[in-house]
Design a binder for this molecule. Structure first.
Ligand code: ZN
Length: 408
């Protein structure tokens, strides 16, 4: 018998997806009852019926799933998790109907975060981000994207990307360089000039980010500015993603016709024809239900143009405006606010989110893929979503190791 590091046996229902999902069907979706998994060196060695796994492999470390649901770990494809300070005072203002532009004028909003983050040391920011990443992992997020964007000058954007890269050793974190907003102290032209001539070459030289993201919207980067950054980013080999059509539609998602954008995120203000265009493309449509709710304006994307057609992915959009880090909650909100079925919500938060980040060894269960797995305190996929609003993880396995378990 083959000796392995870990065996998971007696899985009641194992649910995963073989490829990025547009529409769930029996070719791309696996629902296996009475299943087992063999793990070696942090990777999946074999998957099959529990009896088959038990007969083929032996291990000193056997996890009895006791007929529970098992899925891949969750993937958060969009966060702004690295910043200092908090802005709880703005919630009261938002609830009383004060506009974000008013909050900005009174010295609040993103500029408050930028001021605080610039003053923070590298060591302090490592500590701050690690707290968020460990919370995310505890709640089942085994891969997470983190953007820069609260430095807004060369030194501070580099500092933020350095922090994210240092934590890559411990967490599966994907760093993104974000053109977020223009700083107060310099002109738009000089910021774009710095972004293109200093940030892009240096971030490329140190291999500090895989993606360049632009917040293309009213009050942030306009179409021409976004194009300029994308054009230059491609020259350095960066992959592209975009905050598209969140606050107001100014044509941003149309840039998919001109650039190979991997993921267009937000889409709250996208016109139907643009959503149809995204659905026909190979780009991911990134939806962020927690941040939609945090805007308190009832605006949401017209998902009927995306459902069963687009490669929808889900993320938390954790930021100082909406510091909500649980992908379990995102999964719940996508069911109750965007009306996705539990199995769709799972696909969008696992394989599709991984696809949005250009990853193919996580977010799924396959031989040679990473052993990131959740044993849920649930019996089947439909219970995921039926029971909602709380942490439902029984055992979490990250890179083949048990991170937490209720079974003692
Ligand atoms: Zn965002």
């Amino acid at each position: 018998m083959n000796k392995v590091d870990t065996l998971i046996i007696n899985i009641g229902q194992l649910v995963y997806f073989k490829e990025p999902i547009r529409k769930i069907d029996s070719n791309n979706t696996v629902i296996l009852e009475n299943a087992g998994i063999a793990i070696k060196n942090g990777k999946i060695l074999d998957v099959g019926k529990s009896e088959y796994i038990k007969s083929k492999f032996m291990s000193e470390n056997i996890i009895d799933a006791k007929n529970c649901l098992v899925t891949p770990g969750l993937v958060d494809m969009h966060t702004h998790a690295l910043f200092d300070g908090s802005r709880e005072d703005e919630l009261e203002k938002k609830l009383s109907g004060i506009d974000y532009s008013e909050i900005l004028k009174s010295g609040g909003g993103i500029f408050k975060t930028v001021e605080k983050t610039r003053k923070s040391s590298l060591e302090y920011l490592i500590e701050k981000l690690e707290k968020v990443l460990s919370k995310a992992l505890y709640l089942g997020t085994t891969t997470i994207e983190v953007k820069s964007g609260y430095g807004l000058d060369f030194e501070n954007e580099m500092k933020l990307l350095k922090v994210i890269n240092i934590l890559k050793e411990k967490y599966d974190v994907i760093p993104t360089l974000l053109a977020h907003i223009f700083p107060k102290e310099s002109s738009k032209e000089s910021y774009i000039d710095m972004f293109i001539n200093q940030l892009l070459p240096n971030v490329a030289r140190y291999n500090f980010a895989k993606y360049v993201d632009v917040f293309c919207d009213e009050g942030a980067f306009n179409l021409e500015q976004t194009k300029l950054i994308f054009k230059e980013a491609l020259k350095y080999g960066f992959k592209l993603r975009m905050h598209a059509d969140q606050l107001k539609y100014i044509g941003c998602s149309r840039l998919l016709n001109e650039f190979p954008i991997g993921s267009l995120d937000h889409l709250e203000s996208s016109p139907p024809e643009n959503l149809e265009m995204i659905a026909k493309s190979n780009a991911s449509a990134g939806l962020l239900p927690a941040s939609m709710l945090a805007m308190l304006d009832d605006k949401k994307p017209r998902v009927e143009y995306l459902k069963n057609k687009a490669i929808i992915s889900l993320g938390t959009d954790y930021s100082p405006n909406s510091p909500m880090i649980s992908m379990q909650t995102v999964l719940d909100l996508s069911i109750y606010y965007l009306h996705f079925r539990p199995i769709e919500a799972l696909a969008y938060s696992t394989i599709n989110s991984a696809y949005s980040l250009g990853l193919n060894d996580v977010g799924t269960i396959k031989v040679g893929g990473r052993a990131d797995l959740i044993i849920w305190d649930l019996e089947n996929i439909n219970q995921l979503g039926y029971y909602w609003g709380y942490d439902r993880i029984k055992t979490l396995i990250y890179k083949g190791k048990i991170i937490r378990t209720q079974d003692n």
